[in-house]
Write a protein that binds this ligand. Sequence first.
Ligand code: 6R9
Length: 648
Amino acid sequence: MSNDRLHTASPEFTAKSRFKPEDYDRLYAASVADPDAFWADIARRLDWMRAPTRIKDTSYALEDFHIRWYADGELNVSVNCLDRHLATRGDKTAVIWEGDNPEVSERLSYRELHARVCRFANALRNLGVGKGDRVTIYLPMIVEAAVAMLACTRIGAVHSVVFGGFSPDSLAGRIADCGSKVVITADEGVRGGKPVALKANVDEALRRDGTSVVETVIVVRHTGGAIQMQAPRDRWYHTLVEGQPDTCDPERMNAEDPLFILYTSGSTGKPKGVLHTTGGYLVYASYTHESVFDLREDDVYWCTADVGWVTGHSYLLYGPLANGATTVMFEGVPNYPDTSRFWQVVDKHKVTLFYTAPTAIRALMREGEAPVKKTSRASLRLLGSVGEPINPEAWEWYWRVVGDERCPIVDTWWQTETGGILITPLAGAIPQKPGSATKPFFGVKPAVVDASGTVLDGAAEGNLVLLDSWPGQMRTLYGDHQRFIDTYFRTYPGTYFTGDGVRRDADGYYWITGRVDDVINVSGHRIGTAEVESALVAHPKVAEAAVVGCAHEIKGQGIYAYVTLNKGETPSEDLRKELVAWVRKEIGPIATPDFLQWAPGLPKTRSGKIMRRILRKIAENAPDQLGDTSTLADPAVVDSLVKERLIR
Ligand code: 6R9
């Protein structure tokens, strides 16, 4: 092993862990040598209405492209997450809900959750929602979000969860793209003591073009805040479920029937509707959840992600519930009422497995050790990280201060597109190096390629591709299969291109270096530079805009915008604030520019292409590394941008 700091799980941990140090190489080799046999065996963990006999049927070759897993199998996701646990785990807690207000929490047993899901599924069916219909869910982190998602799966409807922080415009685009008949929302959300006007945002969204497909808006009464109900479109959730039977016939779904759509940012303007299907997704989410988190029957598992992101789908809801685990759902934020909140919740519910994002760790790290150390955290036994590269300092702090040097850390690399974790330590079996996601999960074949697509061996740095399919892989972009193939399978033919850069060290450990496309990773959330640019140029005073990522101490990456105003407009502090607020309103608070520099002109090639490489270097405060500027149409533009740069 190289001399990076190695963390090996303690003998106490390894004594009980699912995987031992000697297991990984052998199991991994078997999984890639005979994927059919391996994944046939793993699929037995689910309850199938018809067991699959066809296992892996995939080809990345452009002339014969297809991805099918378990194609003749039939199952229902809600049955796997609920019904099958009733006999043995009916009274076990399925969901612990912890409110934004620390005084409010709720525990739901598998039996109660099953009944609530069935009642709502019946209500949806009564509204005419059935197999294949799309349903948009725009809810805060409340139990009804889990109920709504599972109810959709019960009746074969395809959910599209939209994060509650997205603006009416972003919501409208997502509703229109998939043509949802029904939108499920709440009067208001509440985060850090402040209300979020969800229903008002839906009202606003439904005034936009393309949203007239929506027939019904179902509204959960959560805060009791004042809202407008518009008859006959708007219906209260509580009146719809009243009197509904607490059983509901589950729809028989083919393994390849769509399960959900989740929109994510790409390198071009329009968000992409990533589509996952039923069988392969659930096999993969449940198996990785059990393996990576070393799940045991008595664990209390807490993933802090919102259900609006893929992590909230696979590792807050579907993975844990398919495994019969107890999952914590937290409505609030890490710093409310104070910065001890995460650890107070850990102590309150005796959380054993904790999964969060580096941005949260860095933000809490800044507050010092005291808010952590005044809590016990003795229940914790494993920690996880996801969403962006974790810097070694944050890793060591997480290990030392949060985990008291007792809990292994799993740094899990994956994407909305991958459905589940692809590169990760298995805590008992793979020693961890701070900052490295370590090794591929079973069945996963990563490779490092150079710019021309040549696969590099041994220690190497380049772009990360996957050479073969795994069951949790996305199947298409909703309504645009060609874009799916063009985006992921054409750059390096025969492989799936992740959009990430990577280094593999001499020990075969993978170190993700970040996005190599025009996607910025802000606090673990993907923002396309093109999305922010089109929001900026939509402002009447803006002529042109270019957006790049910049280093940000807490968020990992920040948003740095260069803006050229229309002739006759003058830059001012007020206008700067106005533009920043404009982007927040157009896309949502997560897309708020951190820096906005006035640009008299943008550096362009003679053919008119903006040279983002140069803008990135200026935002990195590296004006001496601009590289070749000989193709610039007007080099003077760069000098003035360098002089006026906002980060020094
Ligand atoms: C699950 C999720 C995916 C992008 C991905 C990469 C970054 C996620 C990471 C990581 C380094 C990790 N990313 N986990 N980078 N180490 N452990 O985050 O999905 O929102 O689609 O983002 O996030 O750049 O390509 P998604």
